[in-house]
Design a protein around this ligand. Structure first.
Ligand SMILES: C[S@@+](CC[C@H](N)C(=O)[O-])C[C@H]1O[C@@H](n2cnc3c(N)ncnc32)[C@H](O)[C@@H]1O
Length: 275
C-alpha cells in the first residue's frame, strides 16, 4: 500500500474552515478533557510568575487562563478568529491574537516558554511549528506540547475509528494531513524535537478520563466538536453513519460507571529545552 502524500496547504484550509465552525461545540465537548493536561503542560514548561509564555493553538484559552493565574505574562494565539473570540469571552483580561503556529507573528527569542495543548496533531507542517517555537524562545527557554495517546490507550478514538472501519469507509478523500497519532509515539517526539534544535527531550503520559453523560455523547462530540474525525464521519452515507453511531453506543455501554460513562483518554506530554 502506498502512503498518500501530505497536502499541507489544502489540509490547513480544511482545518481552518473546520475550527472556525466548531469553536462553541468544541468548548462544550472538550473543555473538561483537554483542561486535564494544562497543569502538567505548564509544569513541564516551568511556567510560573513573571515567565513570558506563548500558548500556541490556544483554542478557547484554557492553558493561557491557568498560566495567567500563575502570574505568567501570557499571549495566546490561534489561527481561528472564532476560537480567538471564544478565548476572549472566557478570559476577558487575556491577550489573545490571531496567528499561525507555522509562522508565528513574533520576533526571535522573546518568550521564556512556548506551549501547545493538543495542537501539533492538527498541523500540516508540524516541523515548521517546532522551528517557530524554537525561534521565538530565548536560549534556555522551555517548550512543551501534548497530543493524544495512541487509540488503543485513548479509547474514545479507538471506539470511533473501529466503528468506522467496521461499518463505513476510511478513504473518503479528505485533504491529506500527517498521521493524527504521529506524535503519540515517544520516539517520534524525541527525534522531531532534537531535529528542531531542542535538547533534553522528555516524554510522559498524562492519565485523563472523559466523563460523558450518555453513551451517545462520544459520537455527538466527535461529529460536532472536531474537524478531522468529524470530516470522516460526515463523509459516510447516512445509513453507514447511523450504523456507526449505533455501534459506538453499544461499545460505550461497557464503560458505564454509575450514572455516566467514563473512558480513558490519556495524553502524551513532550517537553524540551532550547540550548
Ligand atoms: C484541539 S484544539 C486545542 C485547543 C486548546 N489548546 C485546548 O487545550 O483545548 C486545536 C486548536 O488548534 C488551532 N489550530 C489548528 N491549526 C492551527 C495553526 N496552523 N495555527 C494556529 N492554530 C491552529 C485550532 O483553531 C484549534 O483552536
Amino acid at each position: 500500500m502506498t502512503t498518500p502524500s501530505i497536502a499541507p496547504e489544502a489540509f490547513r484550509a480544511f482545518e481552518h474552515e473546520g475550527w472556525q465552525k466548531v469553536s462553541q461545540r468544541y468548548h462544550h465537548a472538550f473543555a473538561s478533557l483537554t483542561s486535564q493536561a494544562v497543569v502538567p503542560l505548564l509544569d513541564a514548561a516551568e511556567v510560573s510568575a513573571g515567565v513570558r509564555v506563548l500558548d500556541v493553538a490556544a483554542g478557547p484559552g484554557y492553558v493561557a487562563g491557568v498560566a495567567a493565574d500563575r502570574g505568567a505574562e501570557v499571549i495566546g494565539i490561534d489561527f481561528s478568529q472564532a476560537m480567538v473570540a471564544a478565548a476572549r469571552r472566557h478570559y476577558p483580561k487575556g491577550d489573545f491574537r490571531e496567528g499561525d503556529a507555522e509562522d508565528l507573528p513574533f520576533g526571535a527569542a522573546v518568550f521564556d516558554a512556548v506551549v501547545m495543548n493538543f495542537g501539533l496533531l492538527h498541523l500540516g507542517r508540524p516541523e515548521w511549528a517546532l522551528a517557530e517555537a524554537h525561534r521565538v524562545l530565548r536560549p534556555g527557554g522551555k517548550y512543551a506540547f501534548t497530543v493524544w495517546a495512541r487509540p488503543e490507550e485513548a479509547i474514545g478514538f479507538e471506539i470511533v475509528l473501529n466503528a468506522i472501519h467496521a461499518h463505513g469507509k476510511v478513504d473518503v478523500g479528505l485533504p491529506q494531513g500527517p498521521s493524527f497519532f504521529r506524535f503519540s509515539d515517544a520516539g517520534e517526539c524525541h527525534r522531531t524535537l532534537l531535529a528542531a534544535g531542542f535538547v533534553s527531550p522528555a516524554v510522559d503520559t498524562i492519565p485523563q478520563t472523559w466523563r460523558l453523560s450518555t453513551p451517545d455523547v462520544l459520537f455527538e462530540n466527535m461529529l460536532e466538536g472536531t474537524v478531522r474525525t468529524a470530516g470522516l464521519l460526515r463523509a459516510q452515507t447516512a445509513e453507514a453513519r447511523d450504523t456507526i453511531r449505533a455501534s459506538i453506543h453499544q461499545t460505550m455501554l461497557k464503560y458505564t460507571r454509575g450514572n455516566a460513562i467514563e473512558i480513558p483518554m490519556p495524553a502524551v506530554l513532550a517537553s524540551a529545552k532550547k540550548p
